[in-house]
Design a protein. Sequence first.
Length: 122
Amino acid sequence: MSALPEFDEGVFVGILIGEGHFGGDGRQPQVTLRMHTRHESLFAWIMQRFPTTKLYGPYHHGGRSYYQWMARGRALVADVLPLLEARVTPAIDAHAAERFTDMCEKYADVIARERSRIERLG
Protein backbone atom coordinates (compact mmCIF):
# COMPACT_ATOMS: atom_id res chain seq x y z
CA MET A 1 0.00 0.00 0.00
CA SER A 2 1.27 3.49 -0.79
CA ALA A 3 1.59 6.05 1.97
CA LEU A 4 -1.55 7.94 2.86
CA PRO A 5 -1.65 11.71 3.26
CA GLU A 6 -1.40 12.71 6.91
CA PHE A 7 -4.99 13.97 6.94
CA ASP A 8 -6.30 10.63 5.64
CA GLU A 9 -4.30 8.74 8.27
CA GLY A 10 -5.73 10.96 10.99
CA VAL A 11 -9.32 10.51 9.83
CA PHE A 12 -8.90 6.74 9.54
CA VAL A 13 -7.22 6.27 12.92
CA GLY A 14 -9.70 8.63 14.59
CA ILE A 15 -12.67 6.68 13.26
CA LEU A 16 -11.19 3.41 14.51
CA ILE A 17 -10.38 4.88 17.92
CA GLY A 18 -13.92 6.13 18.33
CA GLU A 19 -15.99 3.47 16.58
CA GLY A 20 -13.75 0.49 15.82
CA HIS A 21 -13.39 -2.88 17.50
CA PHE A 22 -9.98 -4.46 18.06
CA GLY A 23 -10.32 -8.20 18.55
CA GLY A 24 -10.32 -11.46 16.71
CA ASP A 25 -12.12 -14.69 16.04
CA GLY A 26 -9.92 -16.87 18.25
CA ARG A 27 -7.60 -17.76 15.36
CA GLN A 28 -6.65 -14.41 13.88
CA PRO A 29 -6.80 -10.73 14.82
CA GLN A 30 -9.20 -8.37 13.15
CA VAL A 31 -10.18 -4.74 13.25
CA THR A 32 -13.88 -4.17 12.64
CA LEU A 33 -15.91 -1.05 12.03
CA ARG A 34 -19.70 -1.28 12.05
CA MET A 35 -21.77 1.80 11.33
CA HIS A 36 -25.19 2.80 10.03
CA THR A 37 -25.77 2.76 6.28
CA ARG A 38 -25.98 6.57 6.32
CA HIS A 39 -22.16 6.42 6.53
CA GLU A 40 -21.90 4.61 3.18
CA SER A 41 -19.69 7.32 1.67
CA LEU A 42 -17.26 6.98 4.58
CA PHE A 43 -16.99 3.25 3.94
CA ALA A 44 -16.37 3.95 0.25
CA TRP A 45 -13.62 6.38 1.30
CA ILE A 46 -12.03 3.69 3.49
CA MET A 47 -12.22 1.07 0.73
CA GLN A 48 -10.52 3.44 -1.74
CA ARG A 49 -7.60 3.71 0.65
CA PHE A 50 -7.57 0.10 1.87
CA PRO A 51 -8.77 -1.96 -1.11
CA THR A 52 -7.52 -5.28 0.26
CA THR A 53 -9.83 -5.04 3.28
CA LYS A 54 -13.45 -6.24 3.19
CA LEU A 55 -16.76 -4.40 3.32
CA TYR A 56 -19.90 -6.37 4.12
CA GLY A 57 -23.49 -5.29 3.84
CA PRO A 58 -25.61 -3.44 3.88
CA TYR A 59 -27.34 -5.54 6.51
CA HIS A 60 -30.89 -4.86 7.61
CA HIS A 61 -32.20 -6.59 10.72
CA GLY A 62 -33.44 -5.82 14.19
CA GLY A 63 -34.47 -2.34 13.09
CA ARG A 64 -30.88 -1.51 12.13
CA SER A 65 -29.22 -0.96 8.80
CA TYR A 66 -25.45 -1.07 8.78
CA TYR A 67 -22.23 -1.87 6.97
CA GLN A 68 -19.37 -3.80 8.50
CA TRP A 69 -15.77 -3.22 7.43
CA MET A 70 -13.04 -5.68 8.42
CA ALA A 71 -9.27 -5.88 8.18
CA ARG A 72 -7.72 -9.31 8.70
CA GLY A 73 -4.70 -11.26 7.54
CA ARG A 74 -2.27 -9.56 5.21
CA ALA A 75 -4.47 -6.44 4.85
CA LEU A 76 -4.47 -5.96 8.61
CA VAL A 77 -0.79 -6.66 9.17
CA ALA A 78 0.63 -4.86 6.15
CA ASP A 79 -1.70 -1.88 5.80
CA VAL A 80 -3.67 -1.18 8.97
CA LEU A 81 -1.48 -2.24 11.93
CA PRO A 82 1.45 0.04 11.04
CA LEU A 83 -0.85 3.08 11.15
CA LEU A 84 -2.45 2.04 14.42
CA GLU A 85 0.81 1.06 16.11
CA ALA A 86 2.23 4.49 15.43
CA ARG A 87 -0.83 6.43 16.57
CA VAL A 88 -3.08 4.60 19.02
CA THR A 89 -1.51 5.57 22.33
CA PRO A 90 -2.77 6.05 25.88
CA ALA A 91 -2.12 9.77 25.49
CA ILE A 92 -4.73 9.91 22.70
CA ASP A 93 -7.24 7.40 24.12
CA ALA A 94 -6.32 5.04 26.96
CA HIS A 95 -9.29 2.73 26.44
CA ALA A 96 -8.69 2.28 22.70
CA ALA A 97 -4.96 1.84 23.30
CA GLU A 98 -5.65 -0.89 25.85
CA ARG A 99 -8.03 -2.73 23.51
CA PHE A 100 -5.53 -2.44 20.65
CA THR A 101 -2.63 -3.63 22.81
CA ASP A 102 -4.70 -6.57 24.09
CA MET A 103 -5.46 -7.64 20.52
CA CYS A 104 -1.81 -7.38 19.49
CA GLU A 105 -0.65 -9.36 22.52
CA LYS A 106 -3.31 -12.07 22.18
CA TYR A 107 -2.48 -12.58 18.51
CA ALA A 108 1.25 -11.78 18.63
CA ASP A 109 2.27 -15.13 17.11
CA VAL A 110 -0.20 -14.79 14.23
CA ILE A 111 0.91 -11.22 13.53
CA ALA A 112 4.59 -12.23 13.62
CA ARG A 113 3.99 -15.13 11.20
CA GLU A 114 2.13 -12.86 8.78
CA ARG A 115 4.87 -10.21 8.97
CA SER A 116 7.45 -12.89 8.24
CA ARG A 117 5.41 -14.13 5.27
CA ILE A 118 5.07 -10.59 3.93
CA GLU A 119 8.84 -10.03 4.22
CA ARG A 120 9.60 -13.30 2.41
CA LEU A 121 7.21 -12.47 -0.42
CA GLY A 122 8.57 -8.95 -0.73
